[in-house]
Design a protein around this ligand. Structure first.
Ligand SMILES: Nc1nc2c(ncn2[C@@H]2O[C@H](COP(=O)(O)OP(=O)(O)OP(=O)(O)O)[C@@H](O)[C@H]2O)c(=O)[nH]1
Ligand SMILES: [Mg+2]
Length: 410
């Protein structure tokens, strides 16, 4: 990802679904105006989802996702169908590509059912209109143009612009009114950010939540002072004025808490982001469930990315170790990463998820809903770490509603 581009998680995700050979990849290429996906007359050409971030007018920053056909039979087919279902969990707008010369069948009906169930806005693109016109000009009554339907041809480009307009129309979503931190600040306030530069930190840049927080502080016309943890104490002494708050990387919590005088509010990037994404209260409640863990309990640790060394290390090594130390129990810990997230969660007593900076809002909401529906407490890395280090109360003091989720004795 380049420094200038919109983070993938904040882009509108447009998924193209349908039967094999309907022309999904062809429509994707026509909409994108470039050859993203392989097209051929062989059924089942697309075997894995193909995903690309791009600027696409009139939408703006989007992620386009081509998927394998869903009418597959057999084991390989099942695997493809599963991948397609996973894509559905992060799709903001769905385009169902129908072979217009064939029409709607069971596969399409099943997809429409899923779109409705998942409340994904969708449009049906009846493709191969060029062939239909050749065959007959008559339209059957049941296939009249409806709100959800548009006739296109990937081959000739017919109505592709109109399809894009329709997608853009469906993609309009409520602006997230929630700020990361700006609503807690006044102009000229100082905020001290603690960003450790250890071997897990990416080379030459800050990670996304740090960049976004700094941006939000700028928008509030406040001042960010960014330091590593060793510089915190000295900086606070020299600042000449009390900062409005200290925001730290979760991993440096313990040290930062010691070095930050009690009267200065202290919180972490992960807590701010849990609030930003609307799930701080649940995360605090979930963290408190650590207290209830018993020998033999299963805990699911799940992260949204597969390539982020910083996350890897926290999820696979540090949190399991801290959990064992804190609870003194023999726990069974399972780790999933990337797009993998088990649908069946009832065997777990607790789910600890990463901050989800690589997952879009829809995907995160889907996972939270899975957990909530099955009654499984779910928290995130930063909140769990703060809890186990005994400073969660202090970290959420700025947020009274979240504070109330903590047990009295904690
Ligand atoms: N005449 C005509 N042919 C099309 C059109 N769109 C796609 N095709 C042809 O239909 C065949 C299948 O197209 P693909 O885009 O590979 O279809 P797909 O849905 O991605 O297929 P799978 O990846 O196998 O599921 C190819 O031979 C395309 O050239 C169209 O609008 N008109
Ligand atoms: Mg394809």
């Amino acid at each position: 990802m380049s420094l200038n581009s919109t983070p993938s998680a904040e882009r509108i995700h447009i998924g193209f679904f349908g039967r094999r050979n309907a022309g999904k990849s062809s429509v994707v290429n026509a909409v994108a105006g470039q050859n993203l996906a392989v097209v051929s007359q062989v059924k089942g050409t697309t075997t894995d989802p193909v995903q690309k971030a791009m600027e696409l007018l009139p939408m703006g920053p989007v992620v386009i996702i081509d998927t394998p056909g869903i009418d597959d039979a057999g084991t390989l087919g099942e695997l493809r169908v599963r991948k397609t279902r996973q894509i559905l969990n992060k799709t903001d707008v769905a385009v169902l590509v129908v072979d217009g010369t064939i029409g709607i069948g069971a596969a399409e009906q099943e997809l429409i059912r899923i779109f409705k169930e998942k409340e994904i806005p969708y449009v049906l693109a009846f493709n191969k209109e060029d062939l239909r016109e050749e065959k007959d000009g008559q339209r059957e009554d049941s296939e009249r143009e409806e709100e959800h339907i548009i006739r296109v041809s990937a081959e000739t480009g017919f109505q592709i612009a109109a399809l894009k307009e329709k997608i853009a129309h469906l993609a309009v979503r409520e602006e997230n009114e929630q700020r990361i931190v700006g609503d807690l600040l006044k102009p000229s306030d100082f905020v001290v950010l603690v960003v450790p530069i250890d071997k897990a930190a990416p080379k030459g840049r800050l990670i996304l939540p740090q960049q976004q927080t700094i941006r939000d502080i700028l928008e509030a016309k406040a001042v960010s002072v960014v330091v590593q943890e060793n510089e915190l104490r000295g900086t606070l002494e020299q600042l000449g004025k009390q900062p409005a708050m200290v925001i730290t990387d979760s991993q440096a919590f313990a040290r930062v808490s010691k070095d930050t005088p009690r009267e200065i509010p202290l919180t972490s990037f992960s807590i701010l982001f849990a609030r930003y994404k609307g799930n701080l209260d649940t995360a605090v409640q979930g963290a408190a469930a650590i207290e209830q863990l018993k020998d033999g309990d299963k805990v699911l640790i799940s992260e949204g990315c597969t390539h982020h060394r910083q996350c890897d290390d926290i999820g696979s090594v540090k949190i399991p170790r801290w959990l064992t130390e804190y609870t003194g129990k023999k726990l069974e810990i399972e780790l999933t990463s990337g797009i993998e997230f088990p649908e069946e969660l009832t065997k777990y007593k607790l789910i600890i998820h990463c901050g989800g900076c690589m997952l879009n809002e829809r995907e995160m909401k889907y996972r939270q809903k899975c957990a909530a529906d099955q009654g499984i407490p779910m928290t995130n890395y930063g909140t769990a770490i703060a809890y186990m280090q005994g400073i969660l109360r202090r970290s959420v003091e700025l947020f009274p509603q979240a504070l109330r989720q903590l047990p009295e004795k904690y």
